[in-house]
Design a protein around this ligand. Structure first.
Ligand code: PML
Ligand code: MG
Length: 260
């Protein structure tokens, strides 16, 4: 009985790591990560996050924080967004595919261009930029810090079944990105997300939306480039705080169900 109760309690486990001191003292962002874990699995979850940050191509961290806290609100379950792959032979082609997909998802061209300029001004962003398509401007001003989407995960066994079914690699990176994109796009105010990694060795990124699913684009930046991007295009800036609360506080567990 005690065991059954314990198994239903989940913990949010978070990690952030930086170099040349903590982020808030100007350190360079190295890695961040999120897990949801049962009590019995905490050690393993912490180890996954530890390994992620200790072997990162952005460099070795000299600051790391790993914390866990019990979740006392209900956890919402979501199905992963459907996935599609767009092959790009060059960055220009990849960026043009991304722009087309964003437009298809309902983001006006003007917003795409302005968000792009905004991005160029902040080459060291570690969270996401929120960009409102109505006012055509960045909202939720947090400078370099951006917004960090938290409290989400996908149990490894279920993710691996999904990956095998769709012939995708069982990569932790793909899992984390699809979890985040699914959580973000599930909110009614999100129109679309644009993302590529700040890992210099990883050039695949994606556009995601409710309408288009998770559209992977194989080349969105040059190899060696440490500048990443995560923009959420939103419609509904008047409800900004509840939107940020959803991103930061609503717990989401991805659960795949095989179609008949
Ligand atoms: C990241 O590494 O932070 C983002 C990775 C986005 C792409 C993941 C994928 O589909 O391979
Ligand atoms: Mg990263």
């Amino acid at each position: 009985m005690v065991k059954a109760l314990r198994e239903e309690t989940f913990y949010s486990v978070r990690m952030r790591a930086s170099q040349n001191g903590p982020h808030e003292k100007g350190g360079k962002h190295i890695s961040g990560g999120e897990q949801l874990s049962t009590y019995d699995n905490l050690k393993q979850s912490i180890n996954v996050l530890l390994d992620k940050a200790l072997s990162h191509s952005r460099g070795n961290p000299d600051f790391m924080q790993i914390q866990f806290e019990m979740i006392d609100e209900p956890i919402k379950k979501l199905k992963p967004l459907p996935i599609e792959i767009n092959e790009a032979g060059s960055v220009e082609e990849g960026q043009s595919i991304a722009r087309n997909l964003l437009e298809k998802a309902g983001v006006p061209t003007e917003s795409i261009e302005k968000a792009h300029r905004e991005l160029m001004e902040h080459s060291v962003l570690r969270g996401a930029i929120l960009f409102d398509i109505r006012s055509c401007s960045r909202i939720g001003d947090r400078n370099e810090k951006g917004v960090r989407v938290s409290r989400m995960d996908w149990l490894t066994g279920d993710f691996e079944k999904w990956a095998d079914h769709y012939n995708m690699s069982r990569s932790q990176r793909l899992k984390e990105a699809l979890v985040l994109a699914t959580k973000v796009s599930a909110h009614p105010a999100t129109i679309a997300e644009l993302c590529w990694s700040d890992d210099p060795e990883y050039i695949t990124g994606y556009v995601a939306s409710k309408k288009l699913g998770y559209q992977r684009i194989t080349k969105l930046k040059e190899y060696g480039d440490e500048r990443g991007c995560r923009i959420f295009f939103v419609d509904g800036s008047s409800h900004l705080q509840p939107y940020i609360d959803y991103l930061e506080r609503q717990s989401i567990l991805i659960q795949w169900e095989e179609d008949e």
